[in-house]
Structure formats: C-alpha cells, structure tokens
Design a binder for this molecule. Structure first.
Ligand code: 4AD
Ligand code: MG
Length: 452
C-alpha cells in the first residue's frame, strides 16, 4: 500500500487505491456490523473516516491512541467528507489510557484548560488549528517581504547592545566557569536580543530593504495577557524613507496581505476558531481587512482620551506613555479597526528615533499601530540619520562610546531611513481574537514559568 497523509487521502486523488494512513484517533463509534474511526495526523483539520468490520475492533482503540490503517480509499456517501477508507487492517501503534488522558472525547476544552498541558495541547482541535495558522502566517509574512523586494537577514540572538534601552535584558554567560582572566565569556556583557533593529540598520545601508523574523527576548516581569519573555518579532528597515507614511504603508500592506493569505490558505482552521473558540470575532476581522487604517497624531490621541467619559486607571496628559487601556479605548473610538498613532513625545522614545524639529511640541517621528483586543501591535520610527543630532543625543544619555559603530553608519553614506517591529504573537491574537498571548505560541515563556 502507498503511504498517504490524511490531507492527501482527503484530496480524492487516490480513490480506489490501496493505501496506508497513520495518525491519532479522534473518535471511535462501534455500530452493529461496522466500526467508524476518525483519524487525524495534523495535516488537515478534517479527520479521515475509517470504516472497519467490527471484527477489527480492539479495546486499545481509544480516543488519543496512535494507529496505522491499511485499506482501499472509497468515495464517501456522506456530504461532509469526500472520501473514506475501507480498512482491512487496523493496528494500534501506541495506546492511550482514556482515564489518564487529560482530554476527553467529544468535549470542547477551553484554551485555559488545555494550557496546563503544553506537551499535549497540540492534540486538541483548537490548538492544532492554531498552530497550522501560525505556520501559514509565517509563510505569508516571508512571502510578503519576498514579493516586495526585501532581503531577509539573520540578525544575532546574542548581542552586546540594548536597542530599546528599557533594561529588560537577559544576560548570557556559560553555566560553567569563564576563562580565568576574563569576567565575561565574550569579554563584554552579552545579552539575548530585545530587537534586531540596529543590525537591520547596518544592513539597510547596503541592501536598502531588509527584514528579519525571529525570536526576541525581554525580561518583562508582568504576567500580562500580551507580554512574553520570549516572543517572535517581524522587523523591517527601509532606506531612502523620508516620511512616516512610507512606513505605515508597509505595515498596513503587510498586515492585509498576510491576513488575506491566512484566510485563503487556512479557511477551515480559521472558521473553526471563530466558530467555537472566539465567537463573534469574524466580523471584527473582516472589518480590519476591508477598511483603511486611520492615522492620528499622539496629540490628537491625548485630546480624545482627555475628553472621554471613561475613567482610566492611569491619568492621561500630554507626555504620558499610552497604557493598554488607553490604546484599547483609541481603537474603539476609531471604529474598532487598527489605527496608527504618530509623533510621540521625543522623551518617550529611544535614542534612535528621529527628532521632529519642525513641530511646535518636541516630538519624534515614531509610529505605533494599535489593534482591536490587543492594543500595540507594531512600533516603528524614522531613525535619526543626522550625525550631529544623533551624536548629541547619545552623548546626553552617556552611550557615545558604546555606539561609536552606530555613529559610523551616519558618517559613511547615511540616508534617511526607518523601520518597525511587529509582535507576531500579538498579530495572531489580533486576527484570531485570542485574549491571552500564552495561547498563540507553542511553548510560552514568562516570569516564573519555563515549562518543558
Ligand atoms: O515597540 P517595540 O519595543 O519596538 C522595537 O523593539 C523596535 N526596535 C522595533 C523596530 O523598529 N525594528 O516592539 C515591537 C513590537 C511591539 O509593538 C509588540 O507587538 C511586540 O513587539 N512586543 C512584544 N510581544 C510580546 N511580548 C513582549 N514582551 C513584547 N514586547 C514587544
Ligand atoms: Mg513599542
């Protein structure tokens, strides 16, 4: 027999063929003469229906057990499935005690319940759909950049810089003793990266349009629903960019293109999610894809917040950092679709942000994209490309020596440029309507938790 994946069997291309399928049992229904088994191998949401004579029944054929089936693929009389497998042999490869197995047949377990079993939750329909969507969204993002002339750069995981200057670094040292005369393995303190931006800026100085998509680390102490200690960030950097509009266009195009790709390639999985896990979210998503994203300035945002009747936990005033509650309010105010907020107070932004010298208030050319249910999804800015201004700012914060190489980029062929970072888990939360970020990553890491 030819070995097929469930998705290949379901495609109907091998009707009449003698095949072998392997996977995990999703349901078993013994009837008088026949036994009906649904088997899934993760290649599609839909399981393959197996029909076996009742003599092939086996007490070990239980929900969750691993099986191998051989037989002939037939056209199914049922509308729901195009194809079924008439089995001549069913072998239990790995048994699964239904009493101990944390998931029960025919029960819909909530995301919070299945989160307790990070090693097993991929066996549930909801989480396996989510992981297929996550994988396809990764492909979609790479395709967007490839189609738009961006080169992919592998920025380092271990680095000696703190791009964001927020003091959320994890330090890296060997677990054993360091070489005698050195205090540090790398001779200098080294950290897990909080952003690949500065390395992308190096590369944008030669390749014009670059991006990276990889793991990013922040020692956030919060147990929030939108922060992880290890998350994936998509970052892009574009040379010869004179205005924030050039950047917001890339952010909006990427969001729309990736989302349309996911909707086209994972329709069944997305539908399952929106139907059973996050009901009501589909309309929100459709609106996000259809409508252009509005743009407001930080000052306008503060006016909106100040004139709101809602009582916020954190007070709002010009110069305050926007908190999640403020971001969520602004999104609602703008019609529950993604909204760009531009031109933040200069003092709120890291050293690299470009000074808006022509503005009456002291602002930086920075932009955040705020989205329904999540708040901040992307953060970006034009970068200070003027040597004198950058050098003065670095001196002010005492980082001139650390970043002498960064100043070199402004000495040798400096151009106006800018970029942004998108939190990939927050993107998945946003399109799927998932409330807790721990439910959109295979193995979440956060303070006091590093299971597996
Ligand atoms: O706004 P952030 O801090 O921007 C930067 O790091 C820039 N250097 C990026 C750039 O311009 N190349 O982070 C970017 C995004 C945030 O908007 C958020 O979506 C996500 O990364 N993010 C997190 N996601 C999950 N857990 C965390 N702890 C996150 N911190 C940031
Ligand atoms: Mg930010």
């Amino acid at each position: 027999p030819t070995k097929l994946r469930v998705s290949e069997a379901l495609s109907g291309a091998e009707l009449g063929e003698n095949v072998k399928v392997q996977g995990w049992v999703r349901s078993v229904r013994p009837q008088k003469a026949n036994l009906f088994i649904h088997v899934s191998d993760g290649s599609s949401l839909q399981p393959l229906q197996i029909i076996a004579g009742s003599e092939l029944n086996d007490p070990l054929l239980t929900f969750g057990s691993a099986i191998e089936v051989t037989g002939i693929l037939k056209k199914s009389p049922h509308q729901k499935q195009p194809v079924e497998l008439e089995a001549d042999r069913v072998r239990v490869v790995g048994e699964c005690n239904p009493v101990d197995f944390p998931f029960k047949i025919k029960e819909r377990h909530g995301l919070e319940y299945i989160r307790q079993f990070p090693h097993l939750r991929c066996r549930t329909n909801a989480f396996s759909s989510l992981l297929r969507i996550r994988s396809e969204a990764t492909t979609a993002i790479h395709s967007y950049f490839k189609d738009n002339g961006f080169m992919q750069i592998h920025t380092p995981i271990i680095t000696s810089n703190d791009c964001e200057g927020a003091g959320e670094l994890f330090q890296v040292e060997p677990s054993g003793p360091v070489h005698e005369e050195d205090e540090h393995f790398f001779s200098v303190p080294a950290f897990l990266t909080v952003s690949g931006q500065l390395h992308l800026e190096v590369m944008s100085g030669a390749f014009s349009r670059v991006y990276t998509f990889g793991p990013t680390f922040r020692a956030e102490n919060s147990q929030s629903r939108r922060h992880l200690a290890e998350f994936y960030m998509v970052e892009a950097e574009v040379s010869f960019t004179e205005s924030l509009e050039d950047l917001t266009k890339v952010m909006e195009d990427m969001f729309r293109s990736a989302t349309e790709h996911v909707l086209a390639h994972c329709a069944e999985d997305v539908d399952l999610f929106h139907k059973h896990v996050t009901p009501g979210h589909r309309d929100t998503l459709d609106a996000m894809v259809k409508k252009r994203f509005p743009v407001i300035t930080y000052s306008e945002a503060i006016d909106i917040l100040n004139s709101s009747s809602q009582k916020f936990t954190f007070p709002t005033y010009w110069g305050c950092d926007l908190q999640t509650e403020h971001e969520k309010y602004l999104v609602k105010h703008c019609g529950n679709i993604p909204v760009f907020v531009t031109d933040y107070p200069y003092d709120l932004k890291p050293f690299y942000a470009r000074d808006n010298q022509d503005h009456p208030e002291h602002t930086a050319a920075a932009v955040d994209l705020l989205v329904p249910g999540v708040g901040e999804l992307c953060g970006g800015s034009l970068r200070e490309e003027r040597l004198d201004l950058l050098s003065a700012r670095l001196q002010e914060v005492g980082l001139e020596d650390t970043y002498s190489w960064y100043l070199d980029l402004r000495r040798f062929g400096s151009v106006p440029h800018g970029g942004f970072g998108l939190g990939f888990e927050r993107y998945l939360q946003c399109i799927l309507g998932v409330d807790n970020i721990k439910d959109v990553i295979p193995f979440p890491r956060f303070s006091h938790s590093c299971l597996l």
